[in-house]
Write a protein that binds this ligand. Structure first.
Ligand code: NAP
Length: 314
């Protein structure tokens, strides 16, 4: 273990983590940011972000994250790769356990976000990645030029994926288990008006076809009211049915709800039952889940960490 004790370690490089880095950096705390498997978080897989204040023309999700990263760097943020597997809070400064090392920290801000939820149907796992099942239209959409694809889900993510895919695909089936979309009205209206998008209402996915061939050849769906099964002749399946919070390594140090999201302690949105340990962004919020709300929580967590540390060391 390194002898160095960090003032603040921020776990995660999404909007929440990088905003916390900007604030703790400007407070001269020299934050260390740990980057996991998806640097930049979910926004890097989004195309255009139209609702982040200050960008009237919209901004590319990847570019927004690059900007935040640069801004945090300007104030002394350091970045390291690392996957946290647990935290020991029995002794302060706390010890973060990573797969390959340990890091001691006076304060920790957990901004680990959420990962895509999968359906678990046969064929999904086998054909994930370059074989036709994916969770990222921005990353993989261009592979499906003039092909038919299916998007699973009825929320804003599914709507966004479906609309993005219309740039490439010949036809986009939107498979939803109910007969109305959960997505916001503006997104729903766009989806329903798009000539390339064909909603498949009241239908659940049953299996992804093509395992033997090693590539997606279809998606079997079942009508929830009639029980009728149909195979949609698609080459790509885009899963967009929500997310699961990445909170497991911190479960002993911070309370979570039955879905695994962090539950804050007291009046603050970001405090946990462990003094000096804060949570921010999608790992602690299943209600708003917006870039700007995650950034706001990152800011709150940074201010709390800075004040707590100042009091502790006064
Ligand atoms: P979501 O709102 O939770 O929607 C998940 C969708 O997947 C729902 O339609 C749900 O069906 C369906 N679903 C869940 N489990 C399923 C299963 N096992 N099989 C089939 N369908 C299943 O998640 P999201 O779309 O990722 O959005 C998350 C949050 O981010 C929301 O607050 C959203 O507004 C926000 N967001 C905003 C934007 C934007 O503003 N541009 C873009 C993306 C996301 P039911 O409807 O029946 O529950």
């Amino acid at each position: 273990m390194s002898a160095k004790i960090e003032n603040v370690v921020i776990v995660g490089t999404g909007c929440a983590g990088l905003t916390a880095a900007i604030y703790t950096g400007r407070a001269n705390l020299g934050p260390l940011v740990l980057e996991g498997v998806q640097p930049g978080g979910q926004l890097t897989t989004t195309s255009e972000v139209e609702n982040f204040p200050g960008f009237p023309e919209g901004i590319d999700g990847y570019q927004l994250m690059q900007n935040l990263r640069k801004q945090a760097e300007k104030f002394g943020t350091r970045y390291e790769s690392g996957t946290v597997t647990g935290i020991d809070t029995s002794r302060w400064p706390y010890t973060l356990k990573l797969t390959d090392r340990e890091i001691r920290a006076k304060t920790v801000i957990v901004a680990t976000g959420a990962s895509p939820r999968m359906t678990g149907i046969p064929g999904e796992k086998e054909l994930f990645g370059g074989k036709g099942v994916t969770t990222c239209a921005t990353c993989d959409g261009a592979f499906y030029r003039q092909m038919d694809v299916a998007v699973l889900g009825g929320g804003d993510s599914a709507a966004e994926e479906a609309l993005f895919l219309t740039r490439f695909a010949r036809k986009v089936y939107l498979v939803h288990r109910r007969d109305t979309l959960r997505a916001s009205k503006i997104m729903s209206d766009r989806v329903l008006a798009h000539p390339k998008i064909q909603p498949v209402w009241d239908s659940v996915p049953v299996s992804v076809e093509g395992v033997a061939e090693g590539a997606v050849s279809g998606l079997k769906v079942k009508h929830v009211k009639t029980g009728a099964e149909t195979v949609l002749p698609v080459k790509g399946v885009f899963v967009a049915i929500g997310h699961l919070p990445n909170t497991a390594p911190f479960k002993d140090a911070a309370d979570t709800d039955d879905q695994g999201y962090f539950v804050p302690t007291g009046h603050s949105q970001v405090k946990t039952k462990t003094p000096g340990l804060y949570v921010a962004g999608d790992c602690a919020d299943h209600h708003y889940r917006q870039a700007i709300t995650a950034a706001g929580m990152g800011c709150q967590a940074a201010i709390e960490a800075e004040r707590w540390l100042a009091d502790k060391e006064a």
